[in-house]
Design a binder for this molecule. Structure first.
Ligand SMILES: Nc1ncnc2c1ncn2[C@@H]1O[C@H](COP(=O)(O)OP(=O)(O)OP(=O)(O)O)[C@@H](O)[C@H]1O
Length: 450
């Protein structure tokens, strides 16, 4: 989603105050707010929300945000604060370098997508560094423009002889194998070759972690599949990417795909794989319509997959963690669960506890250490954590090493219209269950950092 149209240079400022409340006040002053809205109350609301739930995203960036009854869809104000901030003695605010204030209209329904898009951009280390290290306000304005879409392409590398060779061969393989689509793992590659141009007669799909709209080559592809947290293995997220492609309607059940990838960030394509979608997923989906439970939005499945992948690869505070997500018709799931602890999501607004809200990432990861499962509605609202699944039809036979957490995932996926996603604490494997069938998404130990 292009955000640059909402960002104006005049609202990118050096904040003078060293205090977070003072900084928000300065940022509100540069925003044109509809007559009738009370700035003081707005500031008080922002501060009171900050006290309940921090908007500090880490890496020096905070994203305070609020909805208002205003005419414009969005207003951004960005404050540079190279010396950090003070906020009620919280240490982390001292590392703040940038405050992105987002005001959104109450009626705007792309709000969570905008927050998610911002959060993705702020996950790219090079973009974050470029923004937070800006030595003066002019450089910051240019950096914002590069990060959010108006800037020049990132540097291209020269030595692409080998990449060209692989792409030429991929073109021959894709033709010979009668593939309909070519899937490129873009984060392998730093640029310098017009990748999509090599595949005129195919649908071209870019798989990328990059949230920045300014990312190289995106425009020349027919579609983009976003993924998060690549492990260091070649094509390790191929199944997850295909699943996202299927649920978004980018890929079809009966397609054959040629995939080109390599190790992320090496600028070296080295792997060619031809995959029949149907064969890859036949154990789980018998028909295209079967893929998602009726109530589940594709972007919610994507978000759960992303968090599960990150937990599998990175663990939590240096330790491996396991968890179980049950996503779908919670009314059908409810009779089969029992709380092991008080439900931490009880009493919060659905929008605040929605998994599409990027601030929920940390919360979900924190609660992943609780025994039991997360249950999530199809629109993304987190219903419970710490829930013991007690469904009938526990499978008696699962592949060796898969114990009661996996059995619970399999059983609930039969008892209710839902998808269960399990991260194994012991192996790091990520497994999806649908109607009792198992689909490994990330294989054992692949790319594990913990
Ligand atoms: N029925 C259940 N509902 C929810 N969570 C469960 C259930 N059974 C087990 N768990 C969770 O799974 C954890 C690990 O259990 P177990 O080792 O038997 O499962 P596993 O499938 O081998 O998982 P892992 O690969 O992560 O070890 C338990 O500590 C508990 O938190």
């Amino acid at each position: 989603m292009r955000l640059d149209r909402y960002i104006s240079k005049t609202r990118i400022i050096d904040v003078v105050s060293r205090d977070f409340e003072g900084a928000l006040k300065e940022l509100l002053e540069v925003c044109k707010i509809d007559a009738g809205l009370d700035r003081k109350k707005l500031l008080a609301d922002l501060i009171s929300r900050e006290k309940t739930m921090t908007t500090y995203l880490g890496s020096g960036i905070a994203l305070p945000h609020i909805r208002l009854p205003m005419k414009r869809n969005y207003i951004f104000a960005i404050g540079r604060c190279p010396d950090g901030m003070e906020f009620e003695g919280h240490e982390e605010y001292r590392d703040l370098r940038l405050i992105f204030l987002l005001l959104a209209s109450e009626g705007e329904n792309s709000y969570l997508n905008v927050l998610a898009s911002l959060a993705r951009t702020f996950q790219e280390p090079t973009t974050v560094e470029m923004l937070t290290d800006s030595p003066d306000i002019d450089t910051l304005r240019k950096s914002v423009s590069v990060a959010f879409g108006k800037g020049p392409d990132k540097k291209r590398t020269k030595d692409n002889k080998f990449n060209r060779l692989i792409l030429r061969e991929a073109q021959k393989v894709a033709s010979g194998a009668k593939c309909s689509s070519v899937l490129i793992f873009g984060d392998t590659f730093a640029g310098g070759v017009d990748v999509a141009d090599q595949f005129d007669n195919f649908k071209t799909i870019l798989v990328t972690q990059s949230g920045s709209e300014a990312s190289l080559d995106k425009k020349s592809f027919n579609a983009v599949i976003p993924v998060r947290s690549f492990s260091s293995n070649r094509l390790s997220q191929l199944r997850s990417a295909m699943l996202i492609g299927l649920t978004r309607g980018i890929l079809k059940h009966n397609e054959r795909i040629c995939c080109v990838g390599g190790i992320p960030q090496t600028n070296q394509f080295d792997t060619l794989v031809v995959v029949d979608v149907e064969r890859e997923f036949q154990s789980v989906f018998t028909r295209q319509a079967d893929m998602l439970p009726a109530t589940v939005k594709p972007e919610v499945l994507e978000r759960v997959l992303a968090i599960a992948t990150e937990l599998s690869v990175e663990g939590r505070e240096g330790r491996p963690v396991g968890c179980l997500f049950v996503l779908g018709d919670v009314a059908q799931v409810k009779p089969h669960i029992k709380q092991l602890v008080l439900n931490p999501f009880y009493g919060y607004d659905e929008e605040e506890r929605n998994i599409l809200n990027p601030f929920m990432d940390e919360t979900v990861k924190e609660y992943s250490s609780l025994d039991g499962a997360f249950t999530i509605k199809g629109d993304g609202a987190l219903e419970s954590a710490g829930s013991l699944i007690h469904a009938p039809n526990y499978p008696s036979q699962l592949p060796s090493g898969l114990g009661s957490r996996h059995a619970a995932g399999a059983a609930i996926s039969i008892a209710a219209d839902c998808i269960a996603i399990v991260v194994s604490e012991s192996t790091g494997q990520v497994t999806l269950f649908r109607r009792g069938q198992l689909l490994p998404l990330i294989e054992r130990g692949v790319g594990r950092e913990v």
